[in-house]
Design a protein around this ligand. Structure first.
Ligand SMILES: [Zn+2]
Length: 257
C-alpha cells in the first residue's frame, strides 16, 4: 500500500462551521443538535515522483503541543521536509488549515519544501468570500503569496502520476485527484465523495454549492473506481478511510484496505 490516512480525529460541525472535537467514548451526538459527525483525514501518498499530502486538514495541535499531521508523518518514518507536493481539492478551512502555521506573527509553511497545488478559480472565489465562516483568510493569503506553488487552470495532468480533474459540485471549482503509484491506483474525491457511506445512502447535501451535481458525480466516480480498481480515499470518514469499491446489482460495497 502506498497511501496512508493522517487522521486529526473526529469532530462535530454545525451551521457555525466550528469544528468541535468529539470523543465517541464520552460525547453523545444527541448533545450536539443539527451537527454533522465528521472525521478530518488528510492523506499521504508515496509515488515514484515524490511524497504527496492531500488536503492537510485543520492543522490541529494535539495535547502534547505537536501538529498532529506531523506526528502522523513521523510515525510513518517521514518528516515535514520530505513532502514534495501538497494537493488541495478546494480551499475550505478544514482542508487547508494545515498548509501553514503562525509563528511570531509570520506564516510558516507546514511542509517547507513542498510545491502547493490548487485551482486558480477556486482561489478567486474563496478570496471573494474569505470573511465567511467556511474560510480562513490568513491561510488563503499564505497560499496566494507562496512562491513554491502551481496554480492550475482547469483539468491538468500534473505529472505522470497525478491527474487533477475539476468536479465542481461542492464548490464551483472543486477538484478531484486520480493518482498512480507503483502498486496501487488511488482516487480522492474531496468533499464530493467525503464518506464511503454516501455511495450507499444517497442524498443531496445542503452544504454543497450544487448538491444534485455532487450526488450524481459521487455515483459516477464510484462506478469508475469499482471498474478500474481505484482505491478511494475518504476525507471525512472515520471508518475505512481507504477503501476499494464493488458495484453489483446497482449497489456499492466498501472493502476497507
Ligand atoms: Zn468543503
Amino acid at each position: 500500500m502506498n497511501a496512508y490516512a493522517l487522521s486529526e480525529g473526529t469532530y462535530t460541525v454545525d451551521e457555525s462551521k466550528i469544528f468541535i472535537p468529539f470523543n465517541s467514548d464520552t460525547d453523545s451526538i444527541k448533545n450536539r443538535p443539527a451537527s454533522l459527525l465528521v472525521e478530518i483525514c488528510p492523506f499521504l501518498i508515496i509515488t515514484d515522483e515524490g511524497l504527496i499530502i492531500i488536503d492537510p486538514g485543520l492543522g490541529l495541535i494535539n495535547s502534547e503541543g505537536e501538529f498532529q499531521i506531523i506526528k502522523n508523518l513521523s510515525q510513518l518514518g517521514f518528516n515535514s521536509t520530505d513532502v514534495n507536493y501538497v494537493l488541495l481539492s478546494h480551499l475550505h478551512k478544514d482542508h487547508i488549515g494545515g498548509v501553514a502555521y503562525e509563528e511570531s506573527g509570520e506564516m510558516k509553511p507546514m511542509f517547507p519544501k513542498a510545491e502547493y497545488v490548487y485551482q486558480e478559480e477556486e482561489m478567486n472565489d474563496a478570496l471573494e468570500k474569505s470573511s465567511s465562516k467556511s474560510f480562513e483568510e490568513k491561510k488563503l493569503l499564505f497560499l496566494k503569496n507562496r512562491k513554491e506553488k502551481t496554480v492550475l487552470k482547469g483539468n491538468t495532468q500534473f505529472n505522470k502520476n497525478i491527474y487533477c480533474e475539476i468536479s465542481g459540485g461542492h464548490t464551483r471549482h472543486h477538484q478531484v485527484f486520480w493518482i498512480n503509484t507503483a502498486t496501487e491506483k488511488y482516487f480522492y474525491g474531496g468533499d464530493v465523495l467525503p464518506q464511503g457511506t454516501q455511495l450507499i445512502r444517497k442524498f443531496a447535501a445542503k452544504y454543497d454549492y450544487d448538491g444534485k451535481k455532487s450526488a450524481e458525480l459521487r455515483i459516477e466516480y464510484g462506478k469508475k473506481c469499482a471498474t478500474e480498481n481505484y482505491a478511494c480515499l475518504f476525507f471525512h470518514s472515520s471508518i475505512n478511510p481507504i477503501s476499494k469499491l464493488k458495484f453489483e446489482d446497482e449497489r456499492f460495497e466498501l472493502i476497507g484496505i
